[in-house]
Write a protein that binds this ligand. Structure first.
Ligand code: GDP
Length: 365
C-alpha cells in the first residue's frame, strides 16, 4: 500500500512525514522546503505478530508495511506550473490513497500561505489543483481516443465516459463523486489514475492542547469532520509536532508518554487504522520457525489470491488452506492443541480470508 501525503505548504506535512518515517527530511518554516518527493517505508504496528512469533519461536517477525510519499509543492496554481509546478502531480498518480494534511492549529510563528487558518478553504485550494490536473489528463486522453475511434468503433463508449467525466470535473466536482451504474465505465475510470478519484484521509493537524479530546473543541476540526462525512472520507486528529517527539521515544517510553497525554494510540496508529478502513484492508498471518509475518489484503479476498501475495506459485498451485483464528491459536498455546480441539479448518479455493486468520497454505509446485 502506498499513501501520498499532500497539503498546502506549512501545514505540517514534513513534520508528519518525519515522524512517520523518522527519515529526517528537512522541516523548516518556509514554503517549498521539501523539494524532492520523499519516500518512507513504515511497518504496520500489529501486536499479534510478536505473540505469534513467540509461540512459534520464529527467527524473525516481519510486519506489513505502508509506503509514504511526501508530496511537496502543491500550491495555488500548481497545475498551471506555479511553485514546483506539475512535477509533484506524477508522484501522486502512483498512490493508493491520499493523506491530505490540513492545518487546524493556530501559531503566529508559522506563516500560513493564505494568511489565515481556514481548513475548508485550504481543502478547496488543493482539490481545485487536483481537478485541473485531472482535466488536463482527460483532454489529452480525449484527443487520443477521438483519433483512434475513427478506426475502432469500440472506443466510442470510452470517449463518452471521458467526456462525461470532463464535464463533471468542469463543474468543480471531484472524480470520486461521479456516479455510474455501468461497471465497465467504472473499471475504465479506475484505469485512468485520476487524482480526484483516489480515496482521501484528512489529517487534521492540531495543537497539543486539542489532542486529548480528539479535537472536539476545535471548530476547525469540526468543519473538516463535517466535510469528510459529506465526501465519504476519513479524518484523524494529529499533532504533528508531538508525533515527532513520540517517534524519538523507545517503545515503553512511548506508552507512558501517550498515557500522560491522555491518548490510547499514536497518530501513526490512527492513520494506519483509518487507511485500512478506507481502503477496505485486513491482515492475515503466517507463522513458522523461520518467520512470522503479516500480509495485507482487501476484504473479500479468497484464499488462492491471498496466497498469491506470498508467491504467485502459491496461487497457481493452490490446493487448500489450513486456517486457525489468531486468538484461538493463542488460547490453545500450540498448533497441535488447536488441531485437537477442531479449531484448525481446512478451507478450499472459495474461502474468503478473514482478518487475523493464521494460515498454512498447501500447494502443488
Ligand atoms: P510543510 O510545509 O507542510 O511540510 O510543513 P512543515 O512540516 O515544514 O511545518 C511547517 C512549520 O509548522 C514548522 O515550523 C513546524 O514546526 C510547524 N508545525 C508543524 N506541525 C505543527 C503543529 O502541530 N503545531 C505547531 N504549532 N506547529 C507545527
Amino acid at each position: 500500500m502506498k499513501l501520498g501525503i499532500v497539503g498546502l505548504p506549512n501545514v505540517g506535512k514534513s513534520t508528519l512525514f518525519n515522524s512517520l518515517t523518522k527519515a529526517g527530511a528537512e522541516s523548516a518554516n518556509y514554503p517549498f522546503c521539501t523539494i524532492d518527493p520523499n519516500v518512507g517505508v513504515v511497518p504496520v504496528p500489529d501486536e499479534r505478530l510478536k505473540l505469534l512469533g513467540d509461540l512459534y519461536h520464529s527467527k524473525k517477525v516481519t510486519p506489513a508495511v505502508i509506503e509514504f510519499v511526501d508530496i511537496a509543492g502543491l500550491v495555488k496554481g500548481a497545475s498551471k506550473g506555479e511553485g514546483l509546478g506539475n512535477q509533484f502531480l506524477s508522484n501522486i498518480r502512483e498512490v493508493d490513497a491520499i493523506v491530505h494534511v490540513v492545518r487546524c492549529f493556530e501559531d503566529a510563528n508559522v506563516i500560513h500561505v493564505d494568511g489565515s487558518v481556514d481548513p475548508l478553504r485550504d481543502i478547496e485550494t488543493i482539490d481545485l489543483e487536483l481537478i485541473f490536473s485531472d482535466i488536463e489528463i482527460l483532454d489529452r486522453r480525449i484527443a487520443k481516443t477521438a483519433k483512434a475511434a475513427n478506426n475502432d468503433k469500440s472506443l466510442a463508449k470510452e470517449l463518452v465516459v471521458l467526456k462525461d467525466m470532463k464535464a463533471h470535473l468542469e463543474d468543480g466536482k471531484l472524480a470520486r463523486s461521479f456516479e455510474s451504474d455501468d461497471e465497465d465505465a467504472i473499471a475504465f475510470i479506475n484505469s485512468l489514475n485520476l487524482l480526484t478519484w483516489k480515496p482521501v484521509i484528512f489529517a487534521a493537524n492540531v495543537s497539543e492542547d486539542d489532542l486529548a479530546d480528539d479535537g472536539e473543541n476545535n471548530p476547525y476540526v469540526q468543519e473538516v469532520r463535517k466535510f469528510a462525512e459529506e465526501n465519504a472520507s476519513q479524518v484523524f486528529v494529529i499533532c504533528a509536532q508531538i508525533e515527532q517527539e513520540i517517534a524519538e521515544l523507545e517503545e515503553d517510553e512511548k506508552k507512558m508518554f501517550l498515557e500522560e497525554l491522555g491518548l490510547k494510540e499514536s497518530g501513526l496508529e490512527k492513520l494506519i487504522a483509518a487507511s485500512y478502513e478506507l481502503l477496505g484492508l485486513i491482515s492475515y498471518l503466517t507463522s513458522g520457525e523461520d518467520e512470522t509475518r503479516a500480509w495485507t489484503i482487501k476484504v473479500g479476498t479468497k484464499a488462492p489470491q491471498a496466497a498469491g501475495k506470498i508467491h504467485t506459485d502459491f496461487e497457481r498451485g493452490f490446493i487448500r488452506a489450513e486456517v486457525v483464528n489468531y486468538q484461538d491459536l493463542l488460547d490453545c498455546k500450540t498448533y497441535p492443541a488447536a488441531k485437537e480441539k477442531g479449531l484448525v479448518r481446512l478451507e478450499g479455493k472459495d474461502y474468503v480470508v478473514k482478518d487475523g486468520d493464521v494460515i498454512l497454505f498447501r500447494f502443488n509446485v
